[in-house]
Ligand binder design. Structure first.
Ligand code: IPM
Ligand code: MG
Length: 348
């Protein structure tokens, strides 16, 4: 790409979560054409979060904020959603799970994102009493994410676990067949199969057995929320949604609108999503700076109330300011702790 064109495109790395919600409210539309166009002319998208209890509690709502996100994922072809789950040393006591169970856990979930029951044909009978959602997968949809999962395993612990429900679902049986065929091309990677109900149990009984978890759309949605318990808070889990052409980075949590104006929403998942964005552009040192700053915030209890049992006055923006300070001054050991907890600048 020409440098000039590249610079132009770099201006368009954007955050669109709040915009999507506003669009639904004001115009009864899921997402503006203009928003798509900006996304399509971007090298990457940093997505906020989406959802609103107003729609969650109204089953008859015809338009929901989530549709905007799903449409965006589908139209941008973001077929692989990658969700790392890690037990942070400093947060081991925050998880409701025992330290000895979660210590050392390092999993990466490869969730298929543009197929399955989320996108299959939906039907509601005329009398409104019967409904169905079709779960459909093609070989091609399974193959492309499977290759990504196996490649990831090659640079990790060389282990892929396919999570499915092949004892019941035809679509899961196709997953098993296709994934087993592809596994033959990766002789250095071990493949295991696990039914999703068992996987849900194993994840909290013995999470260390997992390296790469590969799964379809809805199972991935469910088990990744479950897996967030290992890290101590769902507010920590970042994700990358990758396609052939576009890439979007989003926290796995919803919008948490109950926290509006209270300064209690954990910003770390969004911040770590930005680190994944930098990794995507091979800016690994820069991404590492962000991750180190996040670890420091966790270690020093500069965290929002979902994780903080020590201080009760650390708000979302204080956490953000602290992380920003550490990124700008990574080697500064003179952090002023009094100021941190008063929420003032941390660098002296
Ligand atoms: C997620 C979310 C979304 C999903 C919602 C907001 C549509 O739960 O990214 O995990 O179900 O994919
Ligand atoms: Mg989810």
């Amino acid at each position: 790409m020409e440098n000039k064109e590249k610079n132009k495109r770099e201006e368009y790395v954007i955050k669109i979560g709040p915009l999507l919600k506003a669009v639904v409210d004001e115009q009864r539309r899921m997402i503006k054409e203009a928003t798509y166009n900006i996304c399509k002319s971007s090298d990457a998208i940093l997505f906020g979060a989406i959802g609103d209890p107003k729609y969650d509690n109204d089953p008859s709502a015809k338009i929901r904020p989530e549709q905007g996100l799903l449409k965006l994922r589908k139209e941008l072809g973001l077929f692989a959603n990658i969700r790392p789950v890690k037990a942070y040393e400093t947060l081991l006591s925050k998880s409701p799970l025992k330290r000895k169970i979660i210590e050392g856990t390092d999993i990466i979930i490869y969730r298929e994102l543009t197929g399955g029951i989320y996108f299959g044909k939906k039907k509601l009978s005329d009398d409104g009493n019967t409904a169905s959602d079709l779960c459909e997968y093609s070989r091609y949809e399974i193959e492309r994410i499977t290759h990504l999962a196996f490649k990831a395993a090659q640079s990790r612990q060389h282990k892929v676990t396919l999570v499915d429900k092949a004892n019941v679902l035809e679509s899961s049986r196709l997953w098993r067949k296709v994934v087993a065929e592809i596994a033959a091309q990766y002789s250095d990677v071990e493949l295991n199969f696990l039914f999703v109900d068992n996987a849900a149990m194993q994840l909290i009984l013995n999470p260390k057995q997992f390296d790469v978890i590969l799964t379809e759309n809805m199972f991935g949605d469910i088990i990744s929320d479950e897996a967030s318990v290992i890290g101590g808070s769902i507010g920590l889990l970042a994700s990358a949604s990758i396609g052939d052409k576009y890439a979007m980075f989003e926290p796995i949590h919803g919008s948490y609108s109950q926290a509006k104006g209270k300064g209690i929403a954990n910003p770390i998942a969004s911040i770590l999503s930005a680190a994944m964005l930098l990794d995507h552009f091979k800016l690994n040192d820069e991404a590492e700076l962000i991750r180190d700053a996040v670890e420091k915030s966790l270690k020093l209890h500069v965290t929002t109330p979902d994780l903080n049992t020590k201080y009760d006055n650390i708000s979302t923006s204080k956490v953000g300011d602290f992380i920003e300070d550490v990124i700008n001054n990574p080697n500064d050991s003179n952090l002023n702790f009094t100021n941190i907890h008063l929420g003032q600048s941390t660098i002296i």
